[in-house]
Design a protein around this ligand. Structure first.
Ligand code: SAM
Length: 227
């Protein structure tokens, strides 16, 4: 049984035949897909020894050694051009780490049709990277599971894709139009915590750093309020 979060990530990958899951940890996602989608094969990439071993054990326990190959390495460096990967998932990490994995491995993205990205925090860093590298966002989801709210961003390469606005980057170009209940809950929570930080900042010494921080928070509050 997959978590709702990973199930939603998986749902964007059903129709591919060859996928990679980078930062696979336990390997649940590629194993679930290989069991569910006959003919699908996957590469599970993992940087760290413990999770790498755990993914290897999961693949062998599930009897999927022919369908899922676990490779140890940093980000997209585990992929070779002859892998002919159609889609890549990177889930369960911070937005800046996902963006840095894409940046460091951008030459490996040639020929890839879809990216399914699930940043746990700071999703704007992922949207910023996509917007600067000719990827357009084709789908977005926001879900709540066990009190936590997760965003999923699906992107496809598209030449000349228009850049995203400040509000699109922060809130998501699709999510901010849909305004679902998890979206509203997330941004109400953020608003509350930013207002508290602002209060503290206003009480403190007004250095340039503090007033820059204050200005950025006020701008974000304004964008959320407008949405
Ligand atoms: N993707 C799974 C999920 O969504 O449930 C696991 C998420 S887990 C929190 C993040 C995993 O990414 C860890 O196993 C960590 O070792 C791995 N990781 C972190 N940085 C990485 C990198 N640069 N390349 C590959 N794996 C990485």
């Amino acid at each position: 049984q997959l978590s709702l979060r990973l199930e939603r990530v998986a749902s964007h990958l059903y129709h591919f035949k060859r996928i990679a899951d980078i930062g696979s940890d336990h390997g649940y996602l590629p194993c679930y897909l290989a069991l569910r989608c006959p003919g699908l094969t996957a590469i599970a990439g993992e940087l760290n020894e413990g999770p790498y071993q755990s993914a290897c054990a999961q693949v062998s326990r599930s009897g999927l050694s022919d369908a899922v190959e676990v490779r140890k390495g940093n980000g997209l460096e585990v992929l070779r051009s002859d892998d002919k990967v159609e889609a890549i998932a990177i889930a369960g990490m911070g937005g800046p780490l996902i963006a840095s994995i894409l940046e460091e491995g951008k030459t490996k993205l040639r020929g890839v049709q879809t990216l399914v990205l699930q940043p746990n925090i700071a999703a704007h860093a992922v949207r910023e990277w996509l917007s600067h590298h000719e990827f357009s966002i084709s789908a977005e989801e926001i879900i709540e599971e066990d009190g936590k709210i997760y965003e999923i961003i699906v992107a496809v390469p598209e030449k000349g894709t228009p850049s995203l606005t400040e509000a699109d980057l922060l809130l998501g170009p699709i999510l901010r139009r849909e305004k679902g209940s998890a979206f509203q809950k997330k941004w109400r929570r953020e608003q509350q915590s930013w207002l508290q930080v602002l209060e503290e900042l206003k009480k403190g010494k007004q250095t340039k750093e503090m007033s820059d921080k204050q200005r950025k928070l006020e701008r974000k509050l304004q964008l959320v309020k407008e949405a």
